[in-house]
Design a binder for this molecule. Structure first.
Ligand SMILES: [Zn+2]
Ligand SMILES: [Zn+2]
Length: 183
C-alpha cells in the first residue's frame, strides 16, 4: 500500500486523496490467528504542510477470529483511524535539517515522524499498526454464547451435553444425606 506524493511535494497545503485496497488474507495478524477475510481498504488523504506530510484516513476490513467462549469462527468488521506524519528522508548529512524541523514546531516530537525515500510513502506499517490496536480484545459468536462444556468439550449452544457439573455434586450429596437422615 503506497501513495505517491510527487504532485504536492513542493506545494504547501497541497492535498492528495486516495483509496487503496489490498488483499491481506495471507497475513496472520499479531500471531493471534486473526485473519482479514475482506480486502483492507484505506481511504484518506495526504496533506503537505511544508514541514511534513500528514496522512489521515480510515482503514476498514473484516476479520475472522475465534469466539472467546466456544472457539467457533467469528467474523467482525474492524475500523481504524490513521493520523500519521511523514517526511522525506534527508539525502546524506541531513541531520541538521531534521533538528531544525523539530525546533520549528513543538506540537509534535521528532520520533513521531516517519521517514520515506523518493516520492512514495509506504503505508503498510502504519495501516497494520493501527489495525492491530483496533482489534477487539474479546469477540463472542453471539450474545450470550454458552461456550463449551469444561468436562466433555461439547458446544453447549448446540444443546446440553448431560454432564453433571462438579461443583453441584457436593451440595447434592449433602442434601441427599439430610433427606436420608430424616427417613
Ligand atoms: Zn461462541
Ligand atoms: Zn459435557
Amino acid at each position: 500500500m503506497r501513495v505517491n506524493i510527487g504532485e504536492i511535494k513542493d506545494i504547501k497545503g497541497g492535498e492528495i486523496q486516495f483509496r487503496l485496497a489490498e488483499d491481506w488474507s495471507e497475513l496472520d495478524l499479531d500471531g493471534r490467528s486473526v485473519h482479514c477475510v475482506s480486502p483492507v481498504v484505506f481511504t484518506g488523504r495526504v496533506i503537505a504542510t511544508g514541514e511534513v506530510f500528514l496522512v489521515r484516513g480510515t482503514v476498514v476490513t473484516d476479520i475472522e477470529t475465534t469466539c472467546a467462549r466456544c472457539l467457533s469462527p467469528v467474523r467482525v468488521s474492524v475500523k481504524a483511524d490513521v493520523d500519521e506524519r511523514f517526511r522525506m528522508a534527508p539525502y546524506g548529512g541531513g541531520a541538521a535539517a531534521a533538528s531544525d524541523l523539530a525546533d520549528e514546531d513543538d506540537d509534535w516530537q521528532e520520533e513521531d515522524v516517519r521517514e520515506f525515500r523518493g516520492l512514495t510513502i509506504r503505508l503498510d506499517d502504519v495501516v497494520l499498526e493501527n489495525l492491530l490496536v483496533s482489534l477487539p480484545i474479546k469477540v463472542l459468536c453471539r450474545e450470550g454464547c454458552r461456550g463449551i462444556c469444561p468436562q466433555c468439550g461439547k458446544d453447549l449452544n448446540a444443546g446440553d451435553c448431560g454432564c453433571t457439573i462438579d461443583d453441584i455434586n457436593p451440595r447434592m450429596a449433602e442434601l441427599a444425606q439430610l433427606l436420608n437422615q430424616q427417613d
